[in-house]
Design a protein around this ligand. Structure first.
Ligand code: NAD
Length: 311
């Protein structure tokens, strides 16, 4: 049984990690300021987790969060490109200051592993596909820059202090509990809920932009592997599926799943968004033993089914 801290544990990815660790019988602490997360994401496990409400940009919260912990899964962030364009200072505070505080506190607490939720946005809009970890980074939004800065801090903390960090560059994660109701919500949770309501989704641009959409269960598996793999400290890994789908594909598949054709409306594309994204997952396969077991369509089916039962 490990003592685990999940930061941002009331959020989409964090709550999925919390559920998995609880299932495994680990002792779980969550720290969250509920800025984009929800208590309801943890309601069925609240009696089995320790919940610490606080802002990790405050050093005292970071210190309290890591006390007596072995594994840190750092998911807390303001995870939106658009919000970072509107308020880069807030994104920097939540994504960089909070990460630095947590690293400093984790070092003092002698944790065993620190896994950081990094982002494929590090690669920017380079047209080369797939994205490989050896490619130069080119962040094109404040969000991407803050996430990459957090990642670099993890690498540097390993190099100079020997802190056992591992960074996972997630590629467009989707699945149950992802918030569909904010203007900043990710596309699949929004479109799935519109489809269930029989409404048309609005697509930014022509819909031919593509993403390596990764079902949450694959991401949770990657985090568990990153907690325990040998010889990967100080490294960063792409976590995706190695396949990409356009938004037009997504809308068509969602139509098939809900049983009626969806006719999207198109509007102008957004500042800071990349056109295509696709992960090379060879490094994660080789060194973490990662395999994306749940494919896109299966993940979509499971996501729609979950929203259908939890609205
Ligand atoms: N969802 C994706 O497709 C995706 C892709 C790449 C990277 N990521 C990264 O994965 C992580 C989780 O993303 P998510 O989609 O679950 O987002 P989310 O908004 O659902 O979860 C983030 C959580 O962090 C909490 N939080 C934010 N600032 C905090 C602070 N200062 N102190 C304490 N808690 C704070 C929020 O309340 C929320 O519960 C983020 O770091 C994000 O950058 C996500």
């Amino acid at each position: 049984m490990a003592k685990v801290l999940v930061t941002g544990g009331a959020g989409f990815i964090g709550s999925a990690l919390v559920h998995r660790f609880v299932e495994l019988g680990d002792q779980v602490r969550v720290v969250d300021d509920f800025s984009t997360g929800f208590r309801r994401n943890l309601e069925d496990v609240l009696d089995r987790v320790e919940l610490l409400e606080g802002d990790l940009a405050e050093m005292s919260t970071a210190e309290a969060a890591v006390r007596d912990v072995e594994l840190v899964l750092h998911q807390a962030a303001i995870p939106s490109v658009q919000r970072s364009v509107e308020d880069p200072v807030a994104s920097n505070r939540a994504n960089v200051t909070a990460t630095l505080n947590l690293l400093v506190a984790a070092r003092a607490a002698h944790i065993r592993r620190f896994v950081y939720a990094s982002s494929s946005s590090a690669y920017g809009d380079s047209e080369v596909l797939p994205k490989v970890e050896t490619m130069p980074e080119n962040p094109i939004s404040p969000y991407a820059l803050t996430k990459l800065t957090g990642e670099k801090y993890c690498v540097v903390f390993h190099r100079i202090y020997g802190l056992p960090t591992v960074c996972l560059r997630y590629f467009n994660v989707f699945g149950p509990r992802q918030n569909p109701h904010s203007p900043y919500s990710a596309v699949i949770s929004r479109f799935a809920n519109l489809a269930l309501d029989g409404q048309s989704p609005t697509i930014d641009g022509d819909g031919e932009q593509s993403r390596d959409f990764t079902f949450i269960e694959n991401v949770v598996n990657a985090n568990l592997l990153a907690c325990h793999a040998d010889g990967v400290q100080g490294m960063f890994f792409n976590i995706g599926t190695g396949e990409r789908h356009t938004l037009n594909d997504l809308v068509r598949l969602l139509g098939n799943i809900v049983g009626h054709e969806l006719k999207p409306v198109h509007r102008e594309s957004r500042t800071g968004d990349v056109r295509h994204s696709l992960a090379d997952i060879g490094k994660a396969r080789r060194l973490l033993g990662y395999e994306p077991k749940v494919k896109f369509e299966e993940g979509l089916r499971r996501t729609v089914a979950w929203f259908q039962g939890n609205r």
